[in-house]
Design a protein around this ligand. Structure first.
Ligand code: M6R
Length: 601
């Protein structure tokens, strides 16, 4: 989820592209760059924020592209910043997303004598374009040919020395064109160019667009197509949120894209394996006795989900520790204990303390984080990035889903290496993972039903969330989300525990929200829910397709994705928390007393 900007028009392109990048910088990217074209191609790029970047000194250049990067392949260095150029530096490319097959493409290009200067997947694209151009193609037909070679999700923009034209395309990554008096604009997010125009065209997957001063042409399957021009009415603040009122809702809706990025290039269905690019020492995983996950808040609940998966599917002892309570028990063999720090920010003081403690005791440590270059990545032996993209809202949403998906991939990799997970069982998990983005989208499409439920129950005295197995951490997470942003009393329970005390709190003013899906022992939970319901509590269930729902006061349908169904149920709980809080006019993105990153113990 990086940012792309492009301009082709009558004005000097440098300042326009730069201000577009500044407009995208609100999400805190880690590197930036600009390419301007006139007779020549001039590129400046560097690690750091846009404010640290200088515009190339080409005042007469009226065409250019720019990029802000949120690193996924390779650290945020100057060399890895975009734009990337071709072998003879005549083509420059900016790219969002992931090219899954870049290693094989790079291998082929290396054999042909191409040299590379970055660790990125992106760099293969300008090299491939140059190869097509040398074969006599113009930039448009070169890009048409190159996209046929690419697997993955991407938005790509390219320029070429000696031409005033930008050529761009998208596949599962947003790209929008702006039509202004002074030229044509391109961006991954309209925020980039709202100062110049509000007349925009959203491109569709597979579209290829050419932008020159005064001319925009959109091609699809080789034919010019008409795409609607819409007028954006949002103000700049709303535009930063993609038209949503709050980052939280935007980020909830970003989950399908975030999950695609998390999974991209990491699943090998044929072998029934997953690859997170972690090099554990030879024999290390086979000899492991225990995996300890340390985390706080939402990351802790994601860890609980993962621990359940590790124990149930690959037969390894997995424990979860609240990071602030963590001590490395001297009775454990440090060599046989892997300590995984799960943290979105990578800066949570409690989690860092725990990981330092484990490292001092001699245990191997692994970070599972969203944030490249964060402290946790520098202090652990290995890192797996969850690739969810920047999360601004204090309430964690998309990162919870991407943490679980990343840890599920790790589970498969560990099980395969230890020989405790068959390729067929691994394939089942991987196929379910691949279904996740679509399943989340189906839930997001049901948002109106959640708005209804929020309207009906928002004035309740308290809210209880219940679930079993994988549903239990989701119940805890559902309650955390609601209390965090609505300030209402919300509690999560293992559903079997309701009858051991909490049932005393239940009344007709305390709705119970339950996870009634696969992986959550839904029959037993249904019995517990009925116990609450017969005492007057409204029963709201997130229910897998086909389950009996007639007795529920509100049933929300969860698509079938095996042990990940509770994770999908959580999307309903996120939306419920959001809409209850929104109806109460709460400060959703910045709830009182809370911070996004908690850097004190
Ligand atoms: O950055 P981390 O994942 O380490 O943060 C841990 C918690 O502070 C965080 O998950 C917190 O609970 C969220 N605000 C919950 O929405």
């Amino acid at each position: 989820m990086c940012g792309i900007v492009g301009y082709a028009g009558t004005e000097s392109a440098g300042p326009i592209v730069y201000s577009g990048l500044e407009n995208l910088d609100y999400r805190g990217y880690d590197s930036a760059g600009i390419a301007l074209v006139d007779r020549e191609l001039t590129v400046t790029k560097r690690s750091g924020e846009v404010s640290e970047l200088s515009v190339p000194d080409r005042p007469n250049a009226t065409c250019g592209i720019g990029h802000t990067r949120w690193s996924t392949h390779g650290p945020p260095t100057d060399a890895n910043a975009h734009p990337h150029t071709s072998q003879n530096e005549s083509v420059a490319v900016v790219h969002n997303g992931i090219i899954e097959n870049y290693e094989s493409l790079k291998g082929q290009l290396l054999k042909e004598g191409h040299e590379f200067s970055s660790d990125t997947d992106t760099e293969v694209i300008p090299h491939l374009l140059e190869r097509e151009i040398e074969d006599g193609h113009d930039l448009l037909s070169a890009l048409e040919r190159v996209v046929d070679l690419l697997d993955g999700s991407y938005a790509i923009a390219a320029v070429r020395a000696g031409s005033d034209e930008i050529v761009a395309t998208r596949h599962e990554s947003p790209l929008v064109v702006g039509h202004g008096d002074e030229g044509a604009f391109l961006a991954s997010d309209v925020t980039a160019f709202l100062d110049h125009t509000r007349d925009i065209t959203y491109l569709e997957d597979g579209d290829i667009v050419t932008l020159e001063a005064g001319t925009v042409n959109v091609y699809h399957d080789g034919e010019i197509v008409d795409r609607e021009i819409e007028t954006v009415e949002w103000d700049a603040d709303a535009a930063e949120k993609g038209g949503y009122e709050h980052y939280m809702r935007k980020e909830i809706h970003e989950q399908p894209t975030a999950l695609r990025q998390t999974l991209s290039g990491r699943i090998d269905l044929e072998r029934g394996d997953a690859d997170l690019d972690i090099d554990f020492p030879q024999g290390y995983l086979e000899s492991l006795e225990e995996i300890q996950l340390v985390a706080c808040g939402t990351s802790y609940y994601a860890s609980q989900y993962a621990a359940q998966l590790l124990e149930e599917t690959v037969d390894v002892r997995a424990t979860v520790e609240i990071a602030s309570e963590y001590e490395f028990d001297g009775g454990r063999d440090p060599w046989r204990t892997l300590v995984i720090a799960v943290t979105q920010s990578g800066e949570t003081a409690d989690t860092l303390r725990a990981v330092r403690h484990a490292a001092e005791a001699g245990a191997r440590t692994l970070a599972v984080t969203n944030t490249l270059g964060s402290t946790v990545t520098r202090e652990t032996d290995d890192t797996a990035f969850i690739r969810a993209g920047p999360e601004i809202s204090v309430a964690a949403t998309k990162t919870f889903a991407s943490q679980i998906a990343t840890l599920a991939l790790l589970t498969v990799a560990i099980g395969r290496e230890r020989g405790t997970l068959s390729s067929a069982d691994a394939r089942d998990i991987l196929e379910n993972l691949r279904e996740l983005p679509g399943a989340v989208q189906q839930v997001l499409d049901e948002e109106d039903a959640v708005v209804e439920a929020a309207r009906e129950y928002r004035d309740s005295d308290a809210f209880f969330f219940v679930g079993r197995r994988f549903g239990y951490p989701v119940a805890l997470e559902g309650a955390l989300k609601l209390k965090e942003i609505s300030y209402d009393h919300a509690e999560g329970f293992a559903s079997g525990e309701l009858k051991h005390g909490p049932l005393a709190l239940v009344s007709k003013k305390t709705p119970v929200l339950a996870v009634l899906t696969a992986g959550a022992d839904s029959n037993e939970t249904m019995n517990n829910l009925t116990e609450a319901q017969t005492r007057g509590a409204p029963a709201i269930g997130a229910v897998s397709n086909g389950a009996s729902v007639s007795s529920l006061d509100c049933a929300l349908t969860v698509p079938i994705v095996g042990v990940f169904e509770p994770l999908i149920a959580n999307v309903y709980f996120q939306l419920f928390a959001y809409h209850v809080a929104n109806m109460k006019g709460r400060s959703i993105d910045k709830p009182r007393n809370l911070a996004k990153s908690v850097t004190v113990e």
